[in-house]
Write a protein that binds this ligand. Structure first.
Ligand SMILES: *Cc1c(COP(=O)(O)O)cnc(C)c1O
Length: 355
C-alpha cells in the first residue's frame, strides 16, 4: 500500500500556538493521516494531507451507535533535540484489540506506524521543545456507513490527528481529592471496559460531573458487580504503595490495560521491586490507608504519566493518604518514566523510537 503525501505549502501552514500556554486538545497540527476501509478493498488509500473537517452524512453509523475506538500517545522533544515516541506499536496493537471487541476491522500495525513516522516528520515543528510538554497523538477509527439500520458498519475510516499539549504534573502540588463512586459504574466484565472506546467515556461523564460538583477532582470506579473492588480512577489506571511494595488492580476484563500501567510494572520489576496485580477490596484498602500502611496512591496514563491521589472519599468520610503529600514512590516512578521519554536516561527496556 503506497502512502500518498499532500503537504501544505509553507504559506498555507498555520502559525504555531504559544507553547508555554497550551490548552489540551485545542490546536491541531498542519496535517492528518487518513485510511479508508471497504469490504471490497480492505484498508486502502493511506493518505497524509492538510488537516481539514470531514463531511459526513447525519446518518453515519458512528454518530448513532458509537462504533468508535481511539488511542492516545505522545511524541517528545528529547534533551538532545531529537523527537521520540514511547512504545508506539503497543498503542496500535491495543487499538486492534479494541477493534476486535467493537466488531471493527483490524489494520496492519506497521502501516499505521510508518504513517505516524511520516506525519511526525512533516509536522515536527509542532512538537513543543520544552520538557514536560509534548505532541499528543490521537489515532481514531470510526464506522462510516450512512445507514441507520443497526448492524456493524461495512466501511470505516482510520485517522490520526495531533495536538501540542503542556505539562500536567507540577512538583509540589497536592494530590487529587477523589470521590469513590458507589452509584454509577464505568464498565463490567464482558462489556467494553477493556476496549479504548469513546462509549466508555460517554458512560463515565455523569459520575465525573457529579464528583466535581461535590468538590472532588474525579471519581474512583469500583467493580460493576459488587461495587467492592477498585478498578480505575477517572480515565487512569490506579496504583497503591505500601512502603516500597506496589499494588495495582489485576486486569479482569473490565479495566483498560494501560501502557503506562504496564510500563510501571515492568520498570519496578526491572529494579527488583515487588509489584502485585490483585483484587483490591475498597474497605480493606481504606483500613490500610487509615492505619498508615498504604502510604501512596496514584493514577497512571499517557496524558499525566502519573497523577498523585491525596485522599479518597467513601460513604461520607475522607481518607487522606499520608498527609496528602506526593510520596517518594510516585516521584521516583514519574522521574524514571519521564527521563526515558525525554532522553535524559538510558532506555534500558527498549521502549522508545526516534523519528
Ligand atoms: C487510555 C486509558 C488509560 C491509560 O492508558 P495508557 O495506555 O497508560 O495511556 C486508563 N484507563 C482508561 C479508561 C483509558 O481509557
Amino acid at each position: 500500500m503506497k502512502l500518498t503525501i499532500n503537504s501544505c505549502l509553507p504559506s498555507e501552514c498555520s502559525p504555531l500556538p504559544d507553547f508555554n500556554n497550551l490548552e489540551f486538545g485545542k490546536h491541531y497540527t498542519d496535517h492528518m493521516f487518513t485510511m479508508a476501509y471497504s469490504p471490497q478493498k480492505g484498508w486502502h488509500s493511506p493518505t497524509i494531507a492538510p488537516y481539514e473537517n470531514f463531511s459526513l452524512s447525519p446518518a453515519t453509523l458512528v454518530l448513532h451507535y458509537a462504533q468508535e475506538i481511539f488511542e492516545g500517545l505522545k511524541a517528545y522533544t528529547r534533551v538532545d533535540g531529537t523527537v521520540g515516541l514511547f512504545r508506539p506499536r503497543d498503542n496500535f496493537i491495543r487499538m486492534n484489540n479494541s477493534a476486535r471487541r467493537m466488531n471493527m476491522p483490524e489494520f496492519d500495525v506497521e502501516v499505521a506506524y510508518e504513517a505516524l513516522q511520516q506525519l511526525l516528520k512533516l509536522d515536527k515543528r509542532w512538537v513543543p521543545p520544552q520538557e514536560g510538554a509534548s505532541l499528543y497523538i490521537r489515532p481514531t477509527m470510526i464506522a462510516t456507513d450512512a445507514v441507520i439500520g443497526l448492524k456493524p458498519s461495512t466501511s470505516y475510516l482510520f485517522y490520526i490527528i495531533m495536538s501540542p499539549v503542556g505539562p500536567y504534573f507540577k512538583i509540589g502540588e497536592k494530590g487529587l481529592n477523589i470521590f469513590v463512586e458507589e452509584t454509577y459504574v464505568r464498565a463490567v466484565r464482558g462489556g467494553i471496559g477493556e476496549a479504548k472506546a469513546g462509549a466508555n467515556y460517554a458512560a463515565s461523564l455523569l459520575a465525573a460531573t457529579e464528583a466535581k460538583k461535590k468538590g472532588f477532582a474525579d471519581a474512583l470506579w469500583l467493580d460493576g458487580v459488587e461495587r467492592r473492588y477498585v478498578e480505575e480512577v477517572g480515565t487512569m489506571n490506579i496504583f497503591f504503595a505500601y512502603g516500597e511494595k506496589v499494588v495495582t488492580p489485576k486486569l479482569n476484563g473490565s479495566l483498560l490495560p494501560g501502557i503506562t500501567r504496564r510500563s510501571i510494572i515492568e520498570l519496578l520489576k526491572s529494579w527488583g521491586e515487588t509489584v502485585a496485580e490483585e483484587s483490591i477490596d475498597i474497605q480493606t484498602l481504606l483500613t490500610d490507608i487509615d492505619a498508615g500502611k498504604c502510604t501512596e496512591c496514584f493514577g497512571s496514563g499517557t496524558a499525566a504519566v502519573i497523577s498523585p491521589v491525596g485522599s479518597l472519599h467513601y460513604k461520607g468520610i475522607d481518607h487522606p493518604i499520608s498527609g496528602e503529600t506526593i510520596g517518594p514512590v510516585s516521584q521516583k516512578i514519574y522521574k524514571a518514566l519521564t527521563d526515558i521519554q525525554y532522553g535524559k536516561a538510558p532506555d534500558a527496556l527498549g521502549w522508545t523510537s526516534t523519528i
